[in-house]
Design a protein around this ligand. Sequence first.
Ligand code: AMP
Length: 289
Amino acid sequence: MTPGVLGARPVVARTREELRDALAATPRPRGFVPTMGALHAGHVSLLRRARDESASVVMSVFVNPTQFEDRADLDAYPRDLAADLAVARDAGADVAFVPSVETVYPAGASTTVDPGPIARVLEGAARPGHFAGVATVVAILLGIVAPDVSYFGEKDAQQLVIVRRIVRDLALPGSVAGCRTVREPDGLAMSSRNARLGPDDRSAAAVLHRALLAARDAHAAGTTDADALRAVMRDVVAAEPRAALDYVSAADPTTLEEARGPQAGPILLSLAAVLGGVRLIDAETVSLT
Ligand code: AMP
């Protein structure tokens, strides 16, 4: 364990044993915020909520290789542990679990978690294997950390649905809290990927949020037909020539099945587009109540 200067927080645990010792010294309830580092205000909002709702806050910083289909994407992922620890300290994290790949996946590890069909639509269709990688690492981390509540962002809407599903199906420890998306002033959802956008693509990227807002407004004005809502989003993105649309979706928020026709219940609106080679996603849930 690396306690830093005179017990400074967060305590950094790099192995399972160090984490066990650190956890033994922290009170429950225990909030857990899994991250891949490159922390920004979105991560901070999760950490702050965990701080408000828990007696101790554990975060993890682990760039999980099994959820990257593309080796270059994995290698390009930003890593700056010193900066992340400073952010984590300011947000009130008590313990930072920073494992190596071998600590998470010990030699001989061969078990993977397949969440089923919900992992193969939307982002899963574009990124085969991605959600099996996410589900497997989340199952391992929840097993190691044993939180009372773990915190995930609504921006990654499909990931949140899948995490809720595997926690229920596999009886993994703790409950799952979904946290509101933190946005830039122009509406772009904060993401470590945004730094890879050139200036023109960066301004154009606000189109994803504009598409969601247009669909949300149409829904509030009485358009509950799922096909019409998808068309609203598609039209907004089509008006931005720098954005190549991958998909728009209006789906059941629990099953992720694409909705057809008028909807009385809540609808998960989501979309993905590529700008300047950077794939961006965004999502919002709308409901009549
Ligand atoms: P990541 O480090 O990208 O794996 O993200 C770690 C957690 O932070 C995930 O639960 C994300 O959904 C969440 N997160 C990422 N960006 C945002 C954001 N802009 N607002 C809220 N949560 C976010």
